[in-house]
Design a protein around this ligand. Structure first.
Ligand SMILES: Cc1ncc(COP(=O)(O)O)c(C=O)c1O
Length: 388
């Protein structure tokens, strides 16, 4: 039986062949740690990492590659901003659709700093109302952290409008692009984001253990480094160097992972984000129509394909989300994720928090329209059989 991987929201699979080759080349020909030696291999490691920053900067239209800080995943970058920016007495805002990698750092700060937070609920389709954010703004609001697209419903949020609102009030924005980057065009300058965190291992098609944080030029003067340590630069001083990106990159890099990530980003730039988005949109359209025709099935999120990335949550009458995932794997080789997807308030929004969450299907660039038809047929077959 074939294996059909539909858990790209967790991490993308498969990766393009050039990503695998880059890992092998790094492991067999480079090996060294960037910034930790003057020999050619260490210099080559540094060059590969810088090239990756350049490619990411091009992808998101960031003016300076040194403002692309390499991280180990998306949570890492989100934590760097939340813990490095917020002070006692500050007020912060996020939404019910956001992931635990924003909700938990916020709650951690609430637990030991005197900070205030507002968690903004949304309509059932997961779209946050910008006016609700406007109403929550206070004189001491420091940060609005919001996800670009939901990892539960695939809803795309009005982040550019939120950033404009924040800018008008002198508030910083932190965008969690975990479910968008690579298949949704993002321009940090035109959309006016201060900070943007993304994983390297999802839409950017890099290996696990990679990610980045974009820091708008000038904000390195405001953002405290959340972690400190050796950088291979300015070793004579015992405080974190101010130079970018070293200020936020203590410790040895995941250079082998970054080598793979650089190839993933190159692949996307060559294909173009617009083309990958068109493909994702076509998959969404086909899946929406298919899901509507499956008996006993409810799916959540916006009906509008223009407002949707390839992430879908469903419930089937008579089945726990985990049971449905297990049947899809056992009888059809379809791999999905069930449960709350680290986003409890998103499940509260769609009414599935107390009933085990949903079964989630998430697409990647190598998923085909035939795969979508196969998945819809599998759901129809399950729905048509008497419940065992
Ligand atoms: C919306 C969202 N934000 C953040 C994350 C965290 O990403 P990472 O696992 O790379 O830290 C995820 C992961 O699923 C996500 O879906």
């Amino acid at each position: 039986m074939k294996r059909l991987y539909l858990d790209n929201a967790a991490t993308s699979f498969p990766k393009p062949a050039c990503v695998h080759q880059a890992l092998i080349d790094y492991a067999t020909k480079v090996g060294a740690s960037a910034g930790r030696g003057a020999y050619d291999e260490a210099k080559e490691s540094g060059r590969i990492i810088h090239h990756c920053r350049e490619l990411i900067a091009k992808l998101i239209n960031a003016p300076d590659p040194d403002h692309i800080v390499m991280t180990f995943n998306c949570s890492d970058g989100l934590n760097m901003v939340i813990h490095g920016l917020v002070n006692p007495g500050d007020h912060v805002i996020t939404t019910w659709m956001d992931h635990n990698s924003i909700l938990r750092p916020f709650n951690e700060l609430i637990s030991y700093l005197e900070i205030e937070a507002d968690f903004i609920s949304t309509q059932e389709n997961g779209i946050v109302n910008v006016d609700d954010i406007r109403k929550a703004i206070k004189p001491n609001t420091k940060l609005i952290a919001v996800l670009h697209s939901s990892n539960v419903t695939g809803t795309v949020e009005p982040t550019a409008q939120i950033a404009r609102l924040a800018r008008e009030h002198g508030i910083y924005t932190l965008i969690d692009a975990a479910q968008s980057l690579g298949h949704w065009p993002i321009d940090v300058l035109a959309e006016g984001y201060d900070f943007l965190a993304a994983p390297g291992h999802k839409g950017l098609l890099g290996p696990l253990g990679t990610g980045f944080l974009y820091i708008r030029q000038g904000l390195e003067k405001v953002l405290r480094p959340f972690k400190q340590g050796g950088t291979g630069s300015r070793s004579e001083i015992m405080t974190q160097p101010e130079i970018m990106p070293d200020k936020y990159e203590p410790g040895s890099h995941n250079a082998i992972g970054v080598a793979g990530l650089a190839k993933g980003v190159s692949y996307i730039l060559d294909e173009t984000v617009e083309k990958i988005r068109r493909h994702d949109r076509a998959l969404c359209e086909r899946f929406m129509a298919g899901l509507d025709a499956v008996p006993k099935l409810t799916w959540f999120g916006p009906r509008d394909v223009e407002n949707h990335v390839g992430v879908f949550s469903v419930r089937m009458e008579g089945y726990e989300p985990l049971e449905l995932s297990q049947l899809l794997e056992r009888d059809f080789g379809i791999l999905t994720r069930s449960g709350l997807h680290c986003a409890p308030l998103a499940h509260k929004t769609i009414g599935t928090l107390d009933s085990g969450g949903t079964t989630r299907f998430s697409f990647g660039p190598f998923v085909t329209l035939d795969d979508i038809d196969y998945t819809v047929d599998a759901l129809k077959t399950i729905a048509s059989k008497p419940r065992r």
